[in-house]
Design a protein around this ligand. Structure first.
Ligand code: CO
Length: 188
């Protein structure tokens, strides 16, 4: 039996979310497994997109499905080493959420369209144009690869509104990652 990757979502403020992700260099079965596991995590978490840093991998991999429906594969797409080469069209504002910020939604202004160059999971070159909600999802996930997070895109009013929720995430992270008390520091 082969073991299946089972990712959990990395929450703010875990440091991997702040790293600029590194390009994927090897297109192989392991990459395909990572992508499959990212899709599973995205659908299980009711997300419409997921970037590899959100499962603890500082690599330039993202998956999207703007429909959020595992049965509807038409919008399902994995982008490896994507670059947004152009952003254009009117700007619009929309309330975005992020799996790394559970329960927090904030208005973010973005251009409606974007053009992306990327590879697919087999290393084939892709050139794609997105608009509307799909474009927003791609831009949000692409931010993750640059270490840019929802909290960076929110207005100061939204930051204030979500201050206690954000502080709560920081407190939870600190509690879960507190260094073990050192023995022998005193009374030696
Ligand atoms: Co996000």
């Amino acid at each position: 039996m082969t073991e299946e990757l089972n990712y959990i979502v990395t929450l703010y403020p875990t440091p991997v979310l702040r790293k600029e992700a590194a390009p994927v260099e090897t297109f192989n079965e392991d990459l395909a497994k990572v992508v499959e596991a990212m899709y599973r995590r995205m659908y299980d978490s009711k997300g419409v997109g997921l970037a590899a840093p959100q499962v603890g991998l500082p690599q330039r991999i993202l998956v999207i499905n703007p429909t959020g429906e595992p049965e509807d594969k038409t919008g399902e797409l994995a982008l490896i080493n994507p670059t947004i080469v152009d952003r254009f069209g009117d700007e619009s504002t929309y309330e975005e959420g992020c799996l790394s910020f559970p329960g927090i939604y904030a208005e973010v202004k973005r251009p409606d369209k974007c053009k992306v160059e990327a590879m697919d999971v087999n290393g084939e070159k892709l050139e794609l144009e997105f608009e509307g909600f799909a474009s927003r999802v791609v831009q949000h996930e692409y931010d993750h690869l640059q270490g840019i997070l929802l909290v960076d895109r929110m207005s100061s009013a939204d930051k204030l509104k979500h201050r206690s929720a954000l502080e709560g995430l920081v407190a939870e992270y600190k509690a879960a990652n507190a260094p073990a008390p050192k023995r022998g520091m005193f009374g030696r």
